[in-house]
Design a binder for this molecule. Structure first.
Ligand code: ZN
Ligand code: ZN
Length: 290
């Protein structure tokens, strides 16, 4: 029989080590930038930061594993359903065109999945954990219930596969979802960072910290800026909110347990935790004033 170390801990360590390297790299980039270009005075690195750090490892190890199975089923099923002629047309596109088309398609899927997470109460229970951060920094990107992360990834990737942009027709075809997932993850750390950078007239084209910080505002307006990287989608669907200043407060109006275990349990059995059941902070009927 294999020793316990070989059977359990070695594979876990082999997967955790690259995550540790990534974390050191992200920290080396964002911590100095957040000191030099802070949008708000930095919040002390307290319990919230420690929980976010735990989410970083939990989601990288667990959410990625949970999403792998439905994704591989989707890949095979949708690939078999797609007309061969369409697959041939897409396969003939140059990589840059597949990447741009893939970005728009996956962002649109993510936009609507994210919007539904704010509007459907049981989805909001999961997503409220991400919004419960009372201050923002790069690591808040990792603060999400694993099932919320699985849902948003499936929303982003399913249309990609449904349109043949992610099917493994050949090596480059399979590359599109990988490149887009890495880009979206890296950009996620950037837009959560406590950075006062603005992109001027380009802000409608690519998301900035200000764009996503307004998505996290506690006092409103709520239900804005659902895109991950393309604010043009919020412009198109009437949810863009991008004033010159940053919001002054972040978080949700209901209470959320502050330990990791309680938060993971909270959407499934809130009565077992100290949290108050969060209701969606809906402003769907008032979207026209954006
Ligand atoms: Zn949200
Ligand atoms: Zn966020």
């Amino acid at each position: 029989m294999e020793p316990l170390w070989d059977a359990l801990l070695v594979p876990l360590w082999n997967r955790a080590l690259p995550l540790l390297v990534w974390l050191v790299g992200l920290t080396a980039v964002f911590v100095p930038l957040e000191i030099l270009f802070a949008a708000h005075p930095p919040a002390p690195r307290g319990r919230q930061w420690a929980v976010n750090l735990a989410y970083y490892f939990l989601n990288s190890l667990i959410a990625a594993t949970l999403v792998a199975m439905p994704l591989s089923v989707l890949t095979v099923t949708l690939h078999d359903l797609l007309p061969a002629r369409w697959l041939a047309v897409v396969a003939d596109w140059p990589l840059w065109l597949r990447l741009i088309a893939g970005l728009i398609v996956s962002e649109t899927g993510y936009y609507w999945g994210h919007r539904l997470s704010h509007q459907i109460p049981w989805l909001w229970r999961f997503h409220a954990i991400h919004h419960s951060a009372s201050s923002l920094d790069y690591l808040v990107n990792s603060r999400a219930h694993p099932l919320d992360m699985v849902f948003s990834r499936l929303c982003a990737l399913t249309p990609l596969y449904a349109l043949g942009l992610g099917t493994p027709v050949h090596l480059e075809g399979g590359l599109v979802p990988v490149v887009l997932s890495i880009l979206a993850t890296a950009w996620g750390f950037f837009v959560h960072a406590n950075l006062n950078w603005r992109f001027g007239p380009l802000e409608w084209l690519v998301s900035t910290p200000a764009f996503h910080h307004w998505h996290h505002t506690r006092s409103g307006p709520h239900d804005r800026n659902f895109s991950s990287t393309l604010p043009g989608l919020d412009l198109l669907f009437g949810t863009l909110h991008l004033p010159a200043e940053f919001p002054t407060d972040y978080g949700i109006s209901s209470s959320m347990p502050d330990s990791l275990i309680d938060q993971v349990l909270y959407p499934l059995a809130p009565e077992l935790t100290t949290g108050q059941v969060a209701e969606p902070q809906l402003e769907s009927t008032r979207l026209s004033d954006s």
